[in-house]
Design a protein around this ligand. Structure first.
Ligand code: DG2
Length: 248
């Protein structure tokens, strides 16, 4: 039996402002910092120990991981940061207000962009500031595989090679793993682990800064899955994420 902990970063500045974020690099808010520290407390109280941590190359996830590990007294852990764990690329929606976008294009269209399995948002042009090819942190990546917009399907296709090549073998070798990532890069992983249908994933919303603990059998089938913390508060956080796409 393996244990795996997933955590979405704490509230970011653009979560607070209700803007589509994707690969744009924003910091945590004060609430986000408190959520990350609280996640560390919950993990410490639960007796969790890790051998390696994986995260994206975006500040909000890196910082959440650091804060949680520090709170647990495990700040010395090896950390691997990889662009394949980045948030889904929100394309030309990046930076737009989610509620205003719903007022302009309709809530149904925004739900399709946010939660459908295979409909990507409109793509950014190659000369857009939001095309990752202009950012030196991706200079080692073939620009042809850098995204200009991603559906959940495309996100799964870029997260899974890292899961299969790096994270899964690391867990199989006996390492206890925590992954700090994003709403949709984690939806990608959860859909895969839970073998969730394309329809069911429409209603999957991951709260910020709450550890999600999986127990997996030898074949990596989930045996149990549980968020740490107060179930009612967590449910309210998930509902709030779903409502971000409603027109005001
Ligand atoms: C959010 C998720 O990503 O947004 O890109 O706006 O997890 O990095 O804050 P995160 C974004 P939704 O898909 O929930 O709208």
């Amino acid at each position: 039996m393996y244990k795996l902990v997933l955590i979405r970063h704490g509230e970011s500045q653009w979560n607070l402002e209700n803007r589509f974020t994707g690969w744009h690099d924003v910091d945590l808010t004060e609430t986000g910092v408190a959520q990350a520290v609280n996640a560390g407390k919950l993990l410490k109280d639960g007796g969790f120990e890790f051998d390696i941590a994986y995260t994206s190359v975006l500040l909000r996830a890196i910082k959440t991981l650091n804060l949680a590990l520090e709170e647990m007294g495990q700040h010395y852990l090896a950390v691997e940061r990889h662009w394949r764990l980045n948030e889904r690329h929100y394309g030309a929606l990046t930076g737009l207000d989610k509620a205003e976008t719903a007022a302009r294009h309709g809530e149904d269209q925004v739900k399709i962009w946010r939660r459908s399995f295979d409909v990507p948002p409109p793509a950014v042009e190659l000369d857009s500031e939001h095309f990752p090819g202009h950012d030196r942190r991706y200079s080692h990546v073939d620009p042809a595989i850098l995204p200009r917009a991603e559906s959940l399907k495309l996100t799964i296709e870029r997260v899974l090679p890292y899961w299969h090549d790096v994270i899964r073998p690391s867990i199989q070798s006996g390492k206890r793993v925590i992954i700090a990532a994003h709403g949709n890069s984690l939806r990608a992983l959860v859909k895969y682990l839970d073998n969730m249908s394309d329809e069911a994933v429409l209603e999957l919303n991951i709260p910020t800064g709450v550890p999600l603990v999986y127990e997996l059998d030898a074949e990596f089938n989930p045996v149990s899955k549980q968020y740490l913390g107060d179930p009612e508060a967590i449910k309210a956080m998930m509902d709030a994420v779903a409502k971000q796409g409603k027109a005001k």
